[in-house]
Design a protein around this ligand. Structure first.
Ligand SMILES: Cc1cc2nc3c(=O)[nH]c(=O)nc-3n(C[C@H](O)[C@H](O)[C@H](O)COP(=O)(O)OP(=O)(O)OC[C@H]3O[C@@H](n4cnc5c(N)ncnc54)[C@H](O)[C@@H]3O)c2cc1C
Length: 450
C-alpha cells in the first residue's frame, strides 16, 4: 500500500494539528513545541505581532482599540520592558531603573491584547504560521517589529566566539539587557586610562545616542572626580546631528575628559591586548593605529533582527525589511507588515518616536483590512524628535520632519517620495532637559497607559 504524507500523519494521530501548523510528524516528535498551539483558534481575525518593544506595543494597543473584535497577540522573548531612550541618563545615575522599565501584563490587560513570552524561531507565510520555542500560532495578519541585531563580521569574520567575547567584554548596549547593566558597572569601576566608545558604521539605532552616551559618561566622571579619558571613535567626519551641539558640550563641559576623533573607523579589536585597531583618514591618507583601552563600549555594524529574514521580507546585506511607503505593508506579502528599527529603504531614522508613529499608522491600516473598510490612501507621516541630555539637567534636540513630495522616477514618470528635513536645537538648555522627560513620559503613556 502506498501511504501519502497525510495518511502517515493520520496514523500517527498528529494529522490535522501538524498539517495545520505546517509541521511534520518528525519535527513534532523531535520538538514537542512544534505540535503545541499557543492559543486556540479565535472566532474572528487574529493579528500576531512579533516584538513587544516601542513599535509592536503601540500597534497592539491601537489595533485592539480600532478593531476590538480582532484577537491581537504579542510574542516577546523578554520578561520585562526596558527602555533604551533615557538609558544614558540611567547609566550616569541620574534616573533609576524603575523609570526605564514596565511590566508587560498591565497594559495587555487594560487594552485587551494577549502577551506571550516566547522566542520566535521561524515563520511560514504559506501556512500563515509563526513557530516559537514554546509552540506555534496561526495569523491572519502578521506585524514584525523585532528591532536590530549586531553584525560583528567586519571585525571578526566568521569567528562567532570572538564576536560574543567582544559583546560581553566591550558591551555595545544598543539592545537593552545585560549589556546595559555591564556597561554601567564598567563605568562605576573605571579608575582611569582610556574608555573607548565607538560609533557603528552605516545605519544604526538612534543616531544621536552614542554622542549623548559619551556626554553622560563624562558627566558621571566629572561628578565623581574620576580621572581618565573617553575616546569617541566616529567613522563619520562630524557628529550625526551636524550642528555644534555635541561638540560644543564636549568642549565647554568636558574639555579634559572627551576626546572626539572623527574619520576613525574600527577595523578590529585585539581582545587579548585590549587594543582597538582603527583606520584614521585624513585629507590625503589613511593610517592604521592601535589604541589601548582600560574599558570599552564598542558598537558594531547594525543589521535587522533575524525575524525579517525568517519572514522572507528582507533585502540587502543588512537584511532590513522592505515595505511599501507609507503603509508599512511588505512588498512580499500584503498580510505582513514591518515597522520600527527593522525597516529599510525609507528615510526614517531608527528611533522610538518613529517606531511609535509607525505603530499608529499600521494599526489603522490593519484595523481597516480586518473590518473590510478601504485603507486610507493618505496618511499623516510620523515625525521624529530626539532629545539628548548632555549633563544632569540640560539637553539639545534634533528633529526630522518628513513630507510626501512630487518627484520623477528613472523613466521620468511622476512619483511621490518621502523627503526628510532636519531641524536642530543645538543650544543646550534646562528647558529642553525638562522636555526630554515630558516626551518620554508621554510616549510611555501612549504605549503603556502610564
Ligand atoms: C542608548 C539609546 C538611546 C536611545 N534614545 C532614544 C531617544 O531619545 N528617542 C528615540 O526616539 N529613540 C531612542 N532610541 C531608539 C529606540 O530605542 C529604538 O528606535 C526603538 O526601541 C525601536 O523600536 P522597535 O519596536 O523597532 O524595536 P525594540 O523596541 O527593540 O523592540 C523589539 C522587540 O522585539 C523582541 N524580539 C526580537 N527578536 C525576537 C524573537 N525572535 N522572538 C520574540 N521577540 C523578539 C525584542 O526582545 C524586543 O523587545 C535609543 C536607543 C538607544 C540604544
Amino acid at each position: 500500500m502506498n501511504l501519502s504524507r497525510r495518511d502517515l500523519l493520520k496514523a500517527s494521530g498528529l494529522g490535522a494539528a501538524a498539517l495545520a501548523l505546517g509541521g511534520t510528524a518528525a519535527s513534532a516528535a523531535e520538538n514537542p513545541a512544534a505540535a503545541t498551539e499557543l492559543m486556540p483558534k479565535p472566532a474572528g481575525k487574529r493579528v500576531v505581532i512579533i516584538g513587544g518593544g516601542w513599535g509592536g506595543l503601540t500597534a497592539a494597543r491601537y489595533i485592539k482599540k480600532e478593531a476590538p473584535e480582532a484577537e491581537v497577540v504579542v510574542l516577546e522573548k523578554r520578561d520585562v520592558f526596558a527602555s533604551c531612550p533615557i538609558s544614558n541618563e540611567w547609566l550616569a545615575g541620574e534616573v533609576n531603573m524603575d523609570f526605564l522599565t514596565r511590566d508587560y501584563f498591565t497594559a495587555a490587560k487594560e487594552f485587551g491584547y494577549k502577551m506571550i513570552q516566547t522566542t520566535v524561531t521561524d515563520i511560514d507565510r504559506s501556512s500563515r504560521t509563526v513557530k516559537t520555542t514554546t509552540g506555534t500560532i496561526g495569523y491572519d495578519y502578521l506585524l514584525l517589529s523585532p528591532g536590530i541585531a549586531y553584525d560583528y563580521s567586519k571585525w571578526f569574520g566568521n569567528d562567532t566566539q570572538a564576536a560574543e567575547r567582544c559583546r560581553q567584554e566591550c558591551p555595545p548596549a544598543l539592545i537593552h539587557g545585560s549589556e546595559h547593566v555591564a556597561l554601567k558597572k564598567m563605568l562605576e569601576d573605571f579608575e582611569g586610562g582610556n574608555f573607548i566608545v565607538s560609533i557603528p558604521d552605516g545605519a544604526y539605532r538612534c543616531p544621536p545616542a552614542p554622542y549623548e552616551r559619551v556626554a553622560m559618561m563624562a558627566h558621571y566622571m566629572k561628578k565623581n572626580g574620576i580621572k581618565g579619558k573617553i575616546i569617541l571613535l566616529d567613522p563619520k567626519a562630524k557628529p550625526m546631528p551636524k550642528g555644534p551641539g555635541f561638540l560644543a558640550a564636549y568642549k565647554e563641559l568636558y574639555p579634559d575628559i572627551v576626546d572626539y576623533r572623527p574619520n576613525s573607523l574600527v577595523k578590529t579589536v585585539d581582545l587579548d591586548k585590549k587594543e582597538v585597531v582603527v583606520a584614521v583618514t585624513t585629507d590625503d591618507r589613511t593610517d592604521e593605529v592601535r589604541i589601548p583601552y582600560a574599558a570599552a563600549n564598542l558598537m558594531p555594524v547594525n543589521k535587522a533582527s533575524e525575524i525579517i529574514a525568517m519572514a522572507g521580507v528582507s533585502q540587502g546585506k543588512a537584511g532590513w525589511g522592505m515595505m511599501s511607503a507609507p503603509t508599512f505593508q511588505t512588498k512580499a506579502d500584503e498580510r505582513v507588515f514591518v515597522i520600527g528599527d527593522a525597516v529599510g529603504g525609507y528615510p526614517y531614522p531608527k528611533s522610538g518616536s518613529i517606531a511609535n508613529g509607525q505603530g499608529h499608522i499600521v494599526a489603522a491600516h490593519i484595523a481597516a483590512m480586518i473590518q473590510g473598510r478601504p485603507v486610507a490612501k493618505e496618511v499623516t507621516l510620523p515625525q521624529n524628535i530626539c532629545y539628548s541630555m548632555v549633563n544632569g539637567e540640560e539637553a539639545i534636540s534634533i528633529g526630522v520632519t518628513f513630507s510626501l513630495m512630487d518627484d520623477k522616477d528613472l523613466n521620468g514618470n511622476d512619483i511621490k517620495v518621502i523627503k526628510p528635513k532636519m531641524t536642530e536645537n543645538n543650544t543646550r538648555s534646562t528647558a529642553l532637559g525638562k522636555t526630554t522627560h515630558e516626551w518620554y513620559n508621554g510616549m510611555m503613556r501612549d504605549i503603556f497607559g502610564s
